[in-house]
Design a binder for this molecule. Sequence first.
Ligand code: E4P
Length: 219
Amino acid sequence: MKFFVDTADIADIKEMAETGLLDGVTTNPSLIAKSGRDFMEVTREICGLVDGPVSAEVVALDHAAMMKEAETLRKIADNVCIKVPLTIDGLKTCKALTSDGTMVNVTLCFSANQALLAAKAGATFVSPFVGRHDDNGFDGMELIRDIRTIYDNYLFDTEILVASVRHTNHVLQSALIGADVMTAPPKVIKDLFKHVLTEKGIDGFMADWAKTGQSIPTS
Ligand code: E4P
């Protein structure tokens, strides 16, 4: 499963990239606003920090205007992935862009039928929002399972990008279901490394090692 980080914060992206485990970045208009940076400038900087796809979202709502914005965004770097909302205009834009070889992430997906439409429109990624789905009394993971079944039934190439990830169990369940990608805030990615028994084990080994009075020779 690929790991994307869901942020427009440069320091966080650098820290995640240094782990060697980062496959891409997702942003959205709210994350850009939170960064306080110029959209074009921060997106260009992010694209230079990772080799994988960097999702940059259009803000127009009609097809013609989305195409114009996408034209500007895709000139930023080769790894830009245009993010469009799951609407009729968004999917028209998705079809046009992917037919032309541009990566597209269809965002704000909340039903398996919407994911089916995104795949038919040739989306590179579809982003079901599991956290927001859970918040509204639905089961985000059931949504991922349904999309996985549909995509496998028809051998769609569209990758399931689990979004709106709130905790490590979302990541675990996504991996068990076979989602292709997950995007999470830096904190959730950092939490994946943690286990109380790992920390306890390190403390025990360090305490016993100190008793030996030895050190490992290094050059
Ligand atoms: C995905 O691409 C979105 O940017 C993101 O995951 C939304 O998450 P939120 O529901 O925490 O805002």
